[in-house]
Design a protein around this ligand. Structure first.
Ligand code: ZN
Length: 260
């Protein structure tokens, strides 16, 4: 009888976790890594921006306050996700990305010392291995976020993009193709993110890093906010895009949880 009771308790704990664990599951700090969406949000110069129109706003005739709006946005602007389909035919669209690829242990690699003097800097394998010497190996199947420091320019298009002009005048740092390939081959990363407008550097013409990641069904998070506040390791990231059927990308609400 006692054995039976204990096995029931064990089964319950396996299914739901012990009560102490449940109480402490959200003991820690949540951080918002997303920018808000408004007419001021930075999009590619050659694309439309975010548009919000008022459908209703104010006191209704029946005595209650009522507001409703409608919005229109390109997939790739503001804090957003690039689905593998963005640069790889036949790979996952936004709605097809498994939740497990959008949630997980995350590390932050700060390369701002390299990028402050070089707008066209491409993050290298050496930047990653140097980080690992100080912090240990990147967890397998984790999420890697790159802090270039360009987030401090958010809100100032010219500073953030390196230009007010056309596509081939953009100057901001990105993740090098070799580093992306190294992360996939050696650390099996499931997603990467960056505090610039694109995972490829601004001067890229062939988007090699996008192609390298997305042919392997690895998603990218772009225009990620507040990376300077994120610790180098120990965070868990939850990055949930709007679930657009067949989408190549989508607005993204990305948050980090740092347990106590
Ligand atoms: Zn994008």
């Amino acid at each position: 009888m006692k054995i039976k009771y204990l096995s029931i308790v064990a089964l319950f704990c396996m299914a739901f976790g012990c009560s102490q664990k449940r109480e402490n599951a959200f003991s820690g700090e949540w951080m918002d890594l997303s920018y808000d969406f408004s007419e001021q949000t930075i999009y590619w110069v050659e694309s439309d921006g975010f548009k919000k129109e008022t459908v209703a706003e104010g006191q209704s005739e029946k005595g209650f306050y009522y507001s409703a709006y409608k919005f229109c946005t390109p997939e790739h602007g503001g804090t957003h996700l690039d689905a593998p389909r963005h640069f790889a035919d036949g790979r996952q669209t936004v709605d097809e990305i498994p939740l497990t690829n959008l949630i997980g242990a995350a590390v932050k690699i700060d390369v701002s010392a390299k990028t402050s003097a070089n707008r066209d800097y491409q993050i290298s394998v050496e930047d990653i291995t140097a980080w690992e010497i100080n912090h240990g190996a990147i967890p397998e199947a984790g999420i890697v976020l790159f802090q270039t420091g360009y987030g401090k320019f958010w809100g100032d298009r010219r500073q953030y993009m390196g230009t007010d002009g056309t596509a081939d005048q953009k100057h901001f740092p990105g993740l090098g193709k070799e580093a992306a390939q190294w992360l996939i081959a050696n650390r099996k990363v499931k997603a990467v993110g960056i505090d610039t407008a694109s995972i490829d550097f601004g001067q890229s013409q062939t988007f090699d890093t996008h192609v390298a990641l997305m042919t392997q069904n690895v998603s990218a998070f772009e225009n990620v906010a507040n990376l300077e506040k994120l610790p180098a390791k120990g965070a868990n990231v939850v990055a949930l895009p709007m679930k657009i059927k067949g989408g190549s990308g989508a607005p993204l609400r990305i948050v980090a949880f740092i347990p106590n």
